[in-house]
Ligand binder design. Structure first.
Ligand code: CA
Length: 567
């Protein structure tokens, strides 16, 4: 009897553990169910990977749309919807919506009322990337830099707090996160001569708990990496979402480019200064915002190589030893593996073919080995001649999140393959205006026309196990599953599934507008669903002037797919 009881207890524990793996206590206070997709990134590790496998290599041919819901606007849909207890929550620039996840029927829609002039201010499109849910509330940012808490059941606004003034060039586009009971939000505006920061808020009331500026003041550690008061307009925007390790009680957040891009202006003609914490990963204590460690990817960066890309948490064998690591495919073209207790780099290798700003990363010092070209640019406030820089300011990978499959130990990422024409120039700052002091007058497209590759990347070498080329680069997020599938979308509207072992395309569906959002997957009553937002826009369509997108219609909507009944 004792044996049977312990066996059933063990089975129960396994079942509970399996449920926890699906929904690891992401939304305390809510009836989070196994199969929910309760956070941005499918977990605070931001792995964008799901253990669900009903939809798999064998069954994906039976994947069909089960509903489509209009988002009633023409903004770029960069959001990742959340699914909690059978209800889906999605953000757009002008509204937050809740819908019955199974039927797609809208339950409530709460508008975001924005001042008209805010649309002229945003750097790279009017978009919103998602929300955080906690203790009965949904939290989101707004383009005019407010944090808003809504009642999950009714959509009623419970509180709102202003993080910054949008007239200074600030905006809020990333999904907030809740870590250690604290709501944490980042800020955008690194192209406007702003000073970046993270904020901590009390989820219940909106009380402001702390602010951590991401450029170091003279009396702070790292203050000597700036000249004069340049740190006050020094950039360091935090425009994406962090990851969280509850065991270490550390939140990891990527920090963006320096302001202005032209580094000689930040140095005031002096020798290059690192300008902490631009283009860095910082580890902070969620309760206080205190910085526990930092690692700077691109010291004194001239090229808009934001370090903001997602910091994915994984356990990985490095040199024969299991390590708790952070993975990042950085805009600067290198794939980093960092020790997440210390920030020490364990590997840093190119994941794209062409990089000319650095010869490599010296792991002992953690610093890039600048090429002669970069050394020269860092000391030239006004270049006489433009230079071609690889990768372009879009980076080797832009913001849209990669996934990490812990079984395959592979990261699946939409990578970019072009350079740009770059010249530093003088510019006076004007409040609320674009302030980069760089003329970037053209793109250097690859001769063979392949602007993007979906790659299966070995984190330790940066090398691709396989790659799928695309003339028009994929700019959406990636989702992988234990079904052996990798999902992503094309800017021409196709939502696609690839075999995670080979990169072979197994399925696609035309969603009616371009995809720049982040797919997610969830389970309800034994059925696996896959959801993605469709709606063209964002940095590539704004800046790349790609005529092949001219005939892609705008129009935001949500699509949800499942295996056809009986399969
Ligand atoms: Ca930037």
């Amino acid at each position: 009897m004792a044996t049977r009881r312990s066996a059933s207890l063990r089975r129960l524990c396994i079942a509970v553990a399996a449920a926890a793996a699906l929904a690891p206590a992401l939304v305390p206070g809510l009836a989070a169910a196994a199969g929910d997709a309760g956070t941005y990134g499918l977990g605070h590790d931001l792995q964008q990977h799901s253990p669900l496998k009903q939809v798999n290599r064998a069954t994906v041919k039976h994947l069909v749309p089960v509903w489509n819901l209009s988002l009633s606007n023409n903004y770029p849909q960069e959001t990742q919807p959340l699914v909690i207890g059978g209800v889906m929550y999605a953000t757009t620039t002008d509204a937050t919506v809740a819908l019955d996840a199974r039927s797609g029927r809208q339950l409530w829609r709460t508008p975001v009322n924005l001042p008209q002039d805010v649309f002229a201010e945003g750097c790279c499109g009017s978009h919103n990337r998602g929300a955080a849910a906690y203790d009965g509330k949904l939290f989101r940012g707004t383009l005019d830099a407010f944090v808003v808490a809504l009642d999950l059941k009714t959509g009623k606004e419970l509180w709102r707090q202003q993080a910054a003034n949008y007239k200074d060039g600030y905006s809020m586009t990333g999904a907030p996160m809740v870590a250690g009971g604290v709501l944490i939000t980042g800020i955008a505006g690194g192209e406007y001569g702003t000073r970046g920061f993270l904020d901590g808020w009390e989820p219940a009331t909106g009380k402001h708990l702390w602010r951590r500026y991401t450029t170091a003041a003279p009396d702070e550690p790292g203050g000597d990496t700036w000249v004069g008061d340049n740190y006050l307009r020094g950039g360091g925007a935090t425009w994406l979402t962090g990851s969280y390790d509850p065991d270490l009680d550390l939140v990891f957040w990527g920090v963006g480019n320096g302001g202005p891009w032209n580094p000689a202006l930040r140095n005031s003609g002096a020798q290059p200064h690192d300008n902490l914490y631009i283009c860095s990963a910082i580890a902070i204590r969620p309760k206080t915002g205190e910085i526990a460690w930092h690692y700077q990817f691109s010291p004194n960066d001239p090229f808009d190589y934001d370090g903001t890309n997602e910091l994915v948490l994984a356990d990985l064998k490095v040199g024969g030893q299991m390590r708790k690591v952070i993975l990042q495919a950085n805009r600067n073209g290198f794939f980093y593996v960092l020790d997440r207790a210390t920030g020490k780099p364990l590997a840093a290798n190119p994941f794209i073919d062409r990089i000319n700003w650095a010869k490599g990363i010296d792991l002992a010092s953690g610093r890039p080995i600048d090429t002669e070209l970069t050394t020269r640019i860092k000391q030239a406030p006004e270049m006489a001649q433009p230079e071609q820089i690889f990768p372009a300011s879009f980076g080797g990978k832009n913001w849209s999140p990669m996934s990490y499959d812990p079984r395959e130990r592979l990261a699946y990422a939409n990578t970019l393959n072009w350079g740009y024409v770059y010249r530093t120039e003088k510019q006076e700052q004007s409040k609320g205006q674009w302030f980069i002091a760089v003329d970037f007058s053209g793109w250097v497209w690859p001769a063979d026309g392949k602007r993007g590759f979906l790659k299966a990347i070995d984190p330790l070498t940066g090398k691709a196990r396989w790659q799928v080329e695309s003339d028009i680069p994929y700019m959406g997020g990636v989702l992988s599953t234990d079904g052996g599938l990798v999902f992503t979308g094309a800017q021409t509207g196709e939502f696609m599934a690839f075999d995670s072992h080979t990169g072979k395309k197994l399925w696609q569906f035309q969603t009616g507008s371009g995809i720049v959002g982040i797919p997610t997957t969830w389970e309800l009553n034994g059925r696996q669903y896959i959801t993605v937002a469709s709606g063209i826009g964002g940095a590539y369509s704004l800046f790349a002037a790609d005529p092949r997108l001219n005939n892609v219609p705008t129009g935001g909507s949500l699509w949800t797919f499942a295996l056809i009944d009986g399969k």
